[in-house]
Design a protein around this ligand. Structure first.
Ligand SMILES: Nc1ncnc2c1ncn2[C@@H]1O[C@H](COP(=O)(O)OP(=O)(O)OP(=O)(O)O)[C@@H](O)[C@H]1O
Length: 434
């Protein structure tokens, strides 16, 4: 249905965007939670890639990528995945914590380059995400050219009767299923490692979910099953258990965001023009390194970006009709400081992290579809994790009784006072910067 395809598009696009704009590993101080299938077996964790006894060609690939040491999740996930006999794993951690790199290394370690047939199968929810993972395989396997990769994605048409020689197959569930079952390009009984990536995105469409469950049924009992997800609701968990028998489980909690280090203000205005004027007054009074401004609609965002630009500020606009790559390019430029103001809509920026922003302006307050305060979005927009606990400033524009009511409810929800700010009083604005 339209609803589901929108959901998957949204989630998959978000995930791809985060991958494209990420220049660093997301670090977290949270401990990994490990649930072992056999609690009596010792739990290994490694602090260096050498300890893993990787093939020299792979270690070279790892270092060429600039990885010095395993990430938090890799410390425990890699020894489990590389153990003999191989163990099954369900792993959950937020995007950017090193899951892809981990399972790519596991796949590359388990293939026998002498054998010219598919041995590892990896499924991703979309064409673009499959290509992205493929790139990581190619980079990490750069010094291991005997191992070859093929994409099982729509558009990649092979002749009937083809028997694939590549050791690794990466693709989307529908095509992978066809290649195993109908077209028989792959002999599923010879697969040693099966990876299901982005399980939470995958289950957003029923079709994908069904296909993803049918693939593992064709694989041998001895095949290593690995499943990854950025989030872990019950639906993901139930799906994961149907795919991965006797799993080890690794979870890495996301760091909690708080409003503790944020100064919050609101400004009363009567129209969008007045809100824009208030914004100009704030810019006139304090130095703002970089700001993100959130609007409710694309139309307002477009209008505001035009006005801000006329004031002589370099402004970036992130809008819903843009292609994912275009959006990534905008965020990348902003992240690199090429623009100082980013105007965006709520929907567009959901789930995207730009850490260095010190000022957030809610040109419109976040509300959900029913017109209730969207507290979660509010927190995510302006909140900070303990570790990035730099002080921040949030300014909310109120332009009606309705939005005043939303503001009051947000205030009550977090039990944190939002102070009133008079933007006609320069001295008062200057004070908030200190
Ligand atoms: N051990 C490491 N040391 C340094 N950088 C790493 C390490 N592992 C991964 N990275 C880099 O960190 C970024 C995130 O890693 P990766 O894509 O594997 O995370 P992920 O959890 O799979 O996130 P996503 O779900 O968004 O893909 C990538 O740019 C990757 O190259």
């Amino acid at each position: 249905s339209v609803f589901f395809s929108l959901t998957i598009y949204d989630k998959a696009a978000q995930s791809l965007l985060n991958k494209l704009i990420r220049s660093n590993l997301v670090n977290t101080t949270n401990q990994v939670e490990v649930l072992q299938r056999d609690p009596s077996s010792p739990l290994y964790s490694v602090k260096s890639f050498e300890e893993l006894r990787l093939k020299p060609q792979l270690l070279q690939g790892v270092y060429a990528l600039g990885f010095n040491r395993p990430s938090k999740i890799q410390e425990t996930a890699l020894p489990m995945m590389l153990a003999e006999p191989p163990q099954n794993l369900i792993a959950q951690s937020q995007s950017g914590t090193g899951k892809t790199a981990a399972f790519v290394l596991a796949m590359l370690s388990h293939v026998d380059p002498e054998n010219k047939w598919p041995q590892c199968l990896c499924v991703s929810p979309t064409y673009e995400l499959a290509l992205q993972t493929g790139k990581v395989i190619e980079q990490m396997g750069k010094f291991y050219p005997e191992v070859q990769l093929v994409y099982a994605i729509r558009g990649n048409k092979l002749e009937r009767g083809t028997k694939l020689q590549e050791q690794i197959v990466i693709g989307t569930p529908g095509t992978v299923l066809d290649w195993c079952q109908k077209l028989k390009f792959i002999d599923p009984r010879k697969i040693k490692v099966f990876v299901l990536d982005e399980a939470d995105v995958m289950i957003a469409t029923q079709g994908h979910q069904d296909q993803s469950i049918r693939i593992p049924r064709m694989l041998p009992k001895t095949c290593q099953m690995l499943l990854f997800s950025a989030t872990f609701e019950d639906t993901v968990w139930n799906f994961a258990k149907r795919i991965v028998p006797d799993p080890n489980i690794i979870k890495l909690k996301r760091e909690e965001e708080t409003l503790d280090t944020i100064k919050q203000y609101y400004v009363i205005c009567n129209s969008k023009e007045e809100k824009f004027q208030a914004l100009c007054n704030i810019y006139g009074a304090i130095t703002i390194a970089q700001a993100m401004i959130f609007c409710h609609t694309r139309k307002t965002a477009g209008w505001l970006a035009g006005e801000v630009s006329r004031e002589g500020h370099q402004v970036a606009l992130l809008s819903g009709e843009m292609q994912v790559e275009q959006r990534a390019a905008v965020i990348e430029r902003f992240r690199d400081g090429k623009e100082k103001v980013l105007v965006t809509t709520n929907v567009c920026a959901r789930g995207i992290d730009v850490e260095q922003v010190s000022v957030v302006i809610n040109f419109d307050l976040p509300v959900d579809r029913d017109g209730n305060p969207d507290n979660e979005t509010y927190l995510h927009r302006i909140g900070r994790t303990g570790r990035f606990g730099k002080r921040g400033l949030a300014i909310n524009m109120v332009d009606s009784r309705f939005s005043m009511n939303i503001l009051n409810r947000i205030q009550e929800h977090f039990n944190k006072k939002i102070e009133k700010l008079d933007t006609d009083d320069l001295d008062e604005i200057e004070k908030i910067a200190n």
